[in-house]
Design a binder for this molecule. Structure first.
Ligand code: 0X9
Ligand code: ZN
Length: 268
């Protein structure tokens, strides 16, 4: 259960108020409004963007009655930011939806099957390839150094896979056999060293058709050794992988990256 799915002591709630207002000074202001009979401080958290003009507001309090623990839990929930956000933060088009899927925004089979032109979808491809400044910046940098970049590796989660091009088409790439061999070596090395199982194969066959991805783009640019890692886990925690799994996950990823590096050294 996440922080917001648990009950917290008053001291924990004070700490959270302090931390999130310090972390997001542009959005949250902590205002002291007095203290309780037992001399505990009372705070208002004011949630707004930093506009000068006074705005209308909604007051929410939670927990006037002490035994009603679910009430303060709601106030914390209300403050919690969306941990499951996927996309960039840009606005395009006419609807109110925010963000482009940056792994659908590269110039590789852009916006074909497996992506969407609807800005409200999680797989929105953006209005045109490289419309996102973040994608454009990576693409420019990699293009500028393309002669020297011998491998392109992009880390994602979750599902424990080692993927290689293509994802925008079910056709095999011209280096299919070699990339399959490298991906297989990666999966085997991870299996041996950490006993985790990683599937391997071309993206379109192994997970799904997904055009506009950085790995396919880098491959078509001429960087043959292009891989996507889908790190842990296989769904137990999904995107909410707990901190105690950071170390084993990173160490198996490193095992995989080393296999790719050795193969590149032997073959360029
Ligand atoms: O859909 C994706 O972009 C990746 N999976 S994720 O769950 N991390 O979102 C897979 C990317 C595989 N490669 C390409 N689609 N090019
Ligand atoms: Zn991803």
């Amino acid at each position: 259960a996440s922080y917001y799915e648990q009950y917290h002591s008053l001291n924990e709630i004070y700490s959270l108020m302090e931390e999130i207002s310090a972390r997001h000074p542009d959005l949250l202001q902590k205002i002291y409004i007095g203290s309780s009979y037992e001399k505990r401080p009372l705070y208002v958290l004011k949630l707004s963007n930093r506009e000068k003009t006074p705005k209308n507001a909604i007051w929410i309090d939670c927990g006037i009655h002490a035994r009603e623990w679910i009430a303060p839990a709601f106030c914390l929930w209300f403050l919690g930011h969306n941990r499951m956000w996927r996309k960039s933060r840009s606005r395009h088009g006419s609807k109110d939806c925010i963000g482009t899927d940056m792994n659908r925004n590269f110039d590789a089979g852009w916006c074909g099957r497996g992506a969407s032109p609807d800005e409200c979808r999680e797989i929105y491809c953006g209005p045109y390839p490289e419309s996102e400044p973040e994608v454009k910046a990576v693409a420019n940098f990699v293009k500028q150094h393309r002669d020297r970049i011998k491998a392109y590796i992009t880390m994602h989660s979750y599902s424990q896979m080692v993927l290689f091009p293509y994802s925008y088409t079910r056709n095999r790439s011209k280096d299919h056999d070699e990339l399959l061999l490298v991906a297989k070596k990666v999966a085997e090395a991870i299996r041996t060293s950490s006993r985790s199982r990683y599937l391997h194969g071309p993206g379109a066959q192994t997970i799904y058709l997904a055009p506009g991805g950085s790995d396919d783009w880098a491959y078509d640019l001429g960087i043959k050794y292009s891989f996507t890692f889908e790190l842990r886990d296989k769904g137990t925690y999904g995107f909410l992988l707990p901190p105690n799994l950071i170390k084993p996950t990173c160490s198996e990823a490193l095992t995989g990256v080393k296999i790719i590096a050795l193969h590149v050294i032997d073959n360029i």
